[in-house]
Ligand binder design. Sequence first.
Ligand code: GCO
Ligand code: MG
Length: 404
Amino acid sequence: MAGRIVDARVVVTCPGRNFVTLRLETEDGITGLGDATLNGRELAVAAYLTEHVVPTLIGRDSARIEDTWQYLYRGAYWRRGPVTMSAIAAVDTALWDIKGKTAGLPVYQLLGGRSRDGVTVYGHANGETVEDVLGEVARYVDLGYRAVRVQAGIPGLTTTYGVGRDRLFYEPADAAIPSEATWSTERYLAHVPTVLARVRQEFGPELRLLHDAHHRLTPIEAARLGRALEPFALTWLEDPVPAELQEGFRLIRQHTTTPLAVGEVFNTVWDCHRLITEQLIDYVRTTVVHAGGITHLRRILDLAALHQVRSGSHGATDLSPVCMAAALHVDLAVPNFGLQEYMRHTEATDAVFPHSYRFADGQLHPGDEPGLGVDLDEELAARYPYRPASLPVNRLEDGTMHDW
Ligand code: GCO
Ligand code: MG
């Protein structure tokens, strides 16, 4: 028995980028970690936790994961939203970590045991030119990856989503005050199919290819892109349109068989229930930290399983190793796993969050340590103070604000 929660601390650290972590401790000295990072809005979640959640946790029975989730969700008049749900996720994840450590079992065993040997992941091949992109895809193939997301610079645009200064990961939050990017859907739609055509031609039919449109198209533009990409057999086209309007996907679906993925900005099942039950998507990209923790993500994935929608959890560098570990335990256990995004963290981040998950042959495995298998080196974390960093904004070439 792990017993009652006696301490709850919010740790903010910036080993290359900002992370917010909740550390819970029980009367028996068992600690649990939960990721609460919300890119560019880190301190809002830290304040939500510190001011409104932590005081209600002290003295609570750490074994009651479901009840605590219901208390924080139903018990709050103001529901949903990324700040609230990331805070709830952090508590939920930390409680699963504690339950695993108490039982002496990795969390995936508590979720029903493994449904597969490992978690197939995809990396990000980003390049300014098509030649750069081909080089980056080759690098991932050499590392053993079986799936690669392809993003390329667009001729005529100086910045493009997905094409950054770094290799092996992509770090868009680059300035305290949001930097401004320029977008042209016309230029984009004219160029992207030629890039995917080259990559498919060079690497053959077996490599799984993905592409992210980052919420920038209208449904009919997305339908046209999906149709243009059909010959290159993508695993998915991601975030084709802003998803506040779930019905928008119906129009895309009527025109293309390119599989669709969406959900990295979703917070609850209510953001995707129609997409799932009407089979308007193929992969749901909700993840542990932004969708209410392991408890709620599993609920979304159970609904998805009934409708033949598979998981495709977000796994960018702005989700900490604590979230990555939690995602891997879920991925290993659920019947309807699809694919997991995996952007590597910097060495500094890995040092602050020592972890047991390992990459081999294109797959990750969470390891068999009790709990999540991630730690937080608080002394090291303290050496990296918070630095404000915002995600960019996007304008059309005539200056109109657009989706980033
Ligand atoms: C992805 C995402 C990221 C996001 C980032 C925002 O598919 O990995 O689109 O690149 O832009 O995580 O915080
Ligand atoms: Mg994305």
